[in-house]
Write a protein that binds this ligand. Structure first.
Ligand SMILES: C[S@@+](CC[C@H](N)C(=O)[O-])C[C@H]1O[C@@H](n2cnc3c(N)ncnc32)[C@H](O)[C@@H]1O
Length: 542
């Protein structure tokens, strides 16, 4: 086997898997599975299948998911630039499939970058409701922003925050929460050899600490009756069943919603939650990280650990058994990499522990991320991120927006629907967003995208964003230049070149939406039969 696995990992898996160990190890000899997920904000899976140049095979657990063949490069295709699909590892499509997202829901994706699952959630919301996508790491947030914009999502806010700070601001606001936790990544060893290099038993413990903190915030952010999916791409019981058992032990208002082990998935393994781990959870010393809440209360003043009560012991045991309703995806049993998924529900009658912060504060965001049309980061090169007010557009700014909307968009279809009372147009510096939540909720939070990025206020005019182009349908725009797949101008446009559009005589001076068939690629400005390219530098065909 060319892949050299850490000895301690191999030994641990041998002990856990017993007679299944050989089959598990043989999976490392097999090629990794590659998948893409069709973006239903743009088209139906069956329509994509008809026009796809790739050899697609359905992924059984995701109606929009397909395997593609080795050697194919869907990331290097104009369809990719049109946001028609997202390249996603097949097993990674499972957590959102289990989250039961419906249009109108308020959904939080707490560990979202680079955005595979956020774009999957957005497709399930179908433009109605709210998606808040968060990630702690600023560099990864840039990719998250781009992927959400490329998918044409219009109802998302992107945050770059500690989950506890989001909980302070939003309280129990969300119907659905995804915690796709940072983890030791054992399930990705076949796909990403870097994960192998960085693995160690200590890192498993470190990740367990992070996961517990993230789950604690998620618990406060979920509405009573709401559902939460916790997922990892690792095998270690400490980060999976033991994490869920410990969480349930401390949060009696939550229960596991059992998931069916179909498609070759396996049930969670309560037997792998060892007495040692249960004791650690009960006594508030989850391996390698800080104590929290109820656990910490059990540690006496002199640091002595008190015996858990009979009731606590029974609760821990019940919690351990509940993990049989969670799912494991094994690379030797499914056509995908290793994953773990648990679906939890907050009891409908649970008291909302955290109330939404109703204080009226000056809304402000801290932004140094994301790109404008020139490919520059918002706020980049201006020193450290600065705080500035989010505010509604003033009358003169609104006029600039309306002048743009009435000359470029089809007002009957769009100008009416952008910036209405439930989603006000707000500005941060010169950038304009349609905000799908009350801007007060974003007060003091780092929000690289406090909503759908519509464009920029420039001197005396409004310049539309790439995000707006990707979020529109051609019928919402007055001037559309629709090119066929075979047209060499498609690649030229994606490379940022000026293109000749003299064969579109009806196109007048001004903004036009360049489309690949009916799917937007970006803006251009036409003048005398030529189209000046407005495709952002960071998005261009390489
Ligand atoms: C497994 S990855 C998420 C993948 C993503 N859900 C997707 O489908 O594209 C875990 C993410 O958690 C982020 N992260 C790490 N610690 C975090 C924390 N304390 N709060 C929020 N996000 C965190 C990492 O930056 C990483 O992007």
């Amino acid at each position: 086997m060319s892949l050299q696995l850490p000895e301690a990992f191999e030994q641990k898996m041998r002990e856990l898997l017993e007679e299944e160990f050989e089959a598990f190890m043989e999976s490392y000899e097999q090629p990794k599975w590659q998948g893409l997920r069709v973006n239903r904000l743009k088209l139906e899976a069956c329509d994509f299948q008809r026009m796809s140049p790739f050899s697609l095979t359905a992924i059984p657990w995701c109606a929009e998911g397909f395997y593609y063949a080795d050697g194919e490069r869907p990331g290097k295709h104009p369809f990719y630039h049109a946001g028609l699909y997202y390249i996603q590892e097949p097993s990674a499509m499972t957590p959102v499939e289990m989250l039961d997202v419906r249009p109108g829901h308020k959904v939080l994706d707490l560990c979202a970058a680079p955005g595979g699952k956020s774009t999957q959630i957005a497709a399930k919301l179908a433009g109605s409701g709210v998606l808040v996508s968060n990630d702690l790491h600023p560099e990864r947030v840039k990719a998250l922003v781009k992927n959400i914009e490329m998918a044409g999502v219009r109802n998302a806010v992107v945050l770059n925050e500690h989950p506890a700070r989001i909980a302070d601001s939003f309280g129990a606001y969300f119907d659905r929460i995804l915690v796709d936790a940072p983890c030791s990544g054992e399930g990705m060893f076949r796909k990403d050899e870097d994960m192998v290099k960085h693995w160690s038993p200590q890192r498993v413990c470190d990740y367990a600490g992070m996961q517990e903190e993230i789950l604690e915030a998620a618990a406060a952010l979920l509405k009573p009756g709401g559902k939460l999916v916790y997922s990892t791409c690792t095998f270690s019981p400490e980060e999976n069943e033991a994490m869920i058992a410990s969480f349930l032990g401390q949060h009696p208002q939550f229960e596991v919603v059992p998931l069916s082990p179909t498609h070759g998935f396996q049930s969670g393994r309560p037997a792998w939650v060892t007495e040692k781990q249960t004791d650690q959870a009960e006594h508030g010393e989850q391996v390698g990280h800080a104590e929290h809440g109820e656990q910490a209360e059990q540690v006496g003043q002199a640091g002595q650990v008190s015996e858990p009560s009979e009731e606590t012991g029974a609760r821990q045991e019940a919690a351990r058994l509940e993990t049989a309703g969670t799912l494991r995806l094994w690379p030797h049993l499914v056509e995908g990499e290793g994953h773990y998924v648990a679906l939890l529900q907050k009891m409908p009658d649970a008291q909302s522990i955290e109330q939404a912060n109703t204080e009226v504060r000056t809304a402000s965001v801290d932004s140094s991320y994301g790109t404008d049309r020139s490919g520059k980061d918002h706020g980049k090169g201006q020193g450290r991120p600065r705080k500035q007010e989010i505010r509604p557009l003033d009358t003169e700014e609104r006029e600039r927006w309306h002048a743009f909307a009435s000359s470029v968009l089809d007002q009957t279809k769009t100008a009416e629907s952008i910036g209405q009372t439930d989603k006000p147009l707000i500005s941060w510096k010169q950038f304009v967003y349609e905000c799908p939540v009350s801007p007060l909720l974003l007060s003091g939070l780092k929000a690289p995208r406090p909503g759908f990025f519509v464009g920029e206020l420039k001197k005396q005019r409004f310049e539309p964003s790439q995000a707006l182009a990707m979020g529109l349908r051609p019928e919402e725009v007055q001037q559309v230049i629709s090119l066929d797949m075979a047209d060499e101008r498609v690649i030229k446009y994606l490379k940022g070149e000026t293109i000749d559009i003299s064969d579109f005589p009806h196109i007048q001076k001004g903004y036009g939406l360049i489309c690949l068939g009916p799917y937007p690629l970006g803006w251009g400005k036409s003048m005398q039969g030529m189209l000046k390219n407005a495709y952002p530098a960071g998005w261009r065909w390489q």
